[in-house]
Write a protein that binds this ligand. Structure first.
Ligand SMILES: Cc1cc2nc3c(=O)[nH]c(=O)nc-3n(C[C@H](O)[C@H](O)[C@H](O)COP(=O)(O)OP(=O)(O)OC[C@H]3O[C@@H](n4cnc5c(N)ncnc54)[C@H](O)[C@@H]3O)c2cc1C
Length: 468
């Protein structure tokens, strides 16, 4: 941080000016909450469009294609609340049925019950997994219940998910064909690296806690439209000034040790409070005294999306988990004929980084399980890998994820990597932005809304997994 050339300023006599740096979901959520708290807000985003990692690119035919398919779950209460408030919730399709396609191509349509109380609502989902024997389904059920009951007292915080699953006696096939695809896609990291704490969070919050927890919320319009245009447009109607193509390059501190202004390409933006909503590396560059750049516990995990354009539709379900294969999830496009996307999490070193081989493998796997793909001709493909797509939630990482509040009284951190208790997800990002805005508003004597509560837990769930 640089010393300020002038004392701290506020723009506008009545409403203190706050600045948010970074227009990903964390920054957008922070800006919304600050505006709601009655503060003037300027958001600066270095790219041409807001949305951050939840972004789209222009496809060869001129439409917007998501760099990587993003889905939320029913348990993502703050993300869904933001979408509801912004009027974009209707563009999220709610899939209650999870499609699993086993190694032999057997399809399982797994739907949690809407009648049975949680966690019994999962019985039809677990029983529906045709690629498992009855013994394996029972082992999986026991594993989920045992993981839910697993507490810090069992010394789990240093344990990886895979270590825990093996110690808990989960059969290797159940690990490979359920835990691996489910945890790796939810956490974006391989199960031999993620902590058992993170695995437990997915199992409890994402499956057991509520009948709607495991619902998949799939955007039906490109992310660039959803967040880059509609969410940004809603923020503008709430008085948030959004400056895209504007990178913050330095933060000025006044003699009293408070942030006075942000510098962006020669321009100086005075502020009464600053929320920095950047990924940890960029945050460390802007705030070297605040964010530990070199902490090896902050590591990223890669996610790869394989975009495929066939001459006709090949995927005949809305989405599917392809278990026991290189391809992990496949998503059918809503409105682009012949287009589908395959997502592979924790894609470090995938097939030696050979893109051609990857496309051949993925297309071969689709032809194994979707008869329509056998006849179809591949017209075009594109592989997009984000090497630091998400924070790798390894054992011990929670100790270095910073809180929103910093030692500088009017400087606050947000971003999916900060201490939200959530993995690096859209929900984690929105929570972080709201938490930072709450602190920033309080620091200026304004009240801001608290986080939206998790889905309610019934007594049975509370008995099993605690209050959350
Ligand atoms: C491939 C992939 C797949 C994913 N899949 C899912 C999924 O299915 N479900 C899910 O919930 N989550 C998913 N995620 C995670 C999700 O995208 C992130 O957790 C979330 O978008 C992070 O938001 P953020 O605001 O914390 O950070 P970001 O989105 O990274 O936002 C930071 C913003 O800051 C901007 N910026 C950087 N430097 C500056 C600067 N100096 N000045 C101004 N602006 C700057 C960047 O351009 C960016 O817009 C996925 C992520 C990736 C990459």
């Amino acid at each position: 941080m640089k010393p300020a050339s002038t004392p701290s300023e506020t723009a506008g006599a009545s409403r203190p000016r706050t600045v948010v740096v970074g227009g990903g979901l964390a920054g957008l959520a922070a800006a919304a909450a600050l505006a709601d708290a009655g503060l003037a807000v300027t958001l600066v985003e270095s790219r041409r469009r807001v949305g951050g990692r939840a972004a789209s690119f222009e496809d060869p035919l001129g439409g917007l294609v998501d760099a990587c398919q993003h889905v939320a779950m029913g348990c993502c209460t703050n993300f869904l609340d933001l979408c509801r408030r912004a009027g974009i919730e209707g563009t999220l399709r709610r899939d209650r049925t999870l499609w699993f396609i086993g190694p032999d191509g057997a399809r399982s349509a797994c739907t949690p019950s809407r009648m049975l109380p949680a966690p019994l609502h999962l019985a039809p989902l677990l029983l529906g997994m045709r690629h498992f024997s009855l013994h394996e389904r029972w082992a999986l059920t026991r594993g989920m219940l045992r993981l839910a009951r697993h507490g810090v007292a069992e010394g789990g915080s240093r344990q990886t998910a895979l270590d825990w699953l093996r110690l808990a006696g989960q059969p290797e096939r159940v690990i490979r064909l359920f835990w691996q695809p489910v945890l790796e896609s939810a956490l974006g990291e391989s199960i031999d690296l993620v902590s058992v704490t993170a695995a437990r969070k997915v199992t409890v919050d994402g499956f057991l806690a509520h009948r709607e927890a495991a619902d998949l919320l799939v955007p039906t319009v490109p992310l660039g439209t959803l967040f880059g245009e509609r969410l940004a447009g809603w923020l503008a109607t709430r008085g948030v000034e959004i400056r895209t193509g504007t990178a913050a390059s330095a933060v000025e501190v006044d003699p009293a040790g408070r942030v006075a202004a942000v510098r962006c390409a020669g321009e100086r933006l005075p502020c009464a409070a600053l929320v920095v909503a950047l990924p940890w590396r960029q945050a460390a560059r802007l705030l070297p005294d605040v964010v530990p750049d070199a902490d090896e516990r902050l590591a990223g995990s890669p996610i790869t999306a394989v975009h495929l354009w066939f001459d006709r539709d090949v995927v005949d379900v809305p989405h599917a988990v392809l278990v026991g294969r290189v391809s992990q999830w496949v998503f059918r496009a809503e409105d682009t004929a012949g287009y589908c996307q395959v997502v592979i999490s924790a894609s470090r070193g995938l097939l030696g980084g050979d893109r051609e081989r990857l496309v051949d493998t993925v297309v071969g796997e689709l032809r194994d399980v979707f008869p329509l793909a056998c006849e179809a001709r591949l017209l075009s493909s594109k592989v997009v890998t984000d090497p630091t797509a998400v924070l790798s939630v390894r054992p011990g990482v929670d100790a270095v994820r910073p809180q929103a509040r910093t030692a500088t009284p009017n400087l606050f951190l947000a971003g999916d990597w900060t201490a939200t208790g959530w993995p690096s997800t859209m929900e984690g990002a929105v929570r972080s932005g709201r938490l930072a805005a709450l602190e920033a508003a309080h620091s200026l004597g304004h009240a801001a809304a608290p986080l939206v509560a998790d889905l309610p837990r019934n007594p049975l769930v509370r008995l099993l997994a605690g209050r959350g």
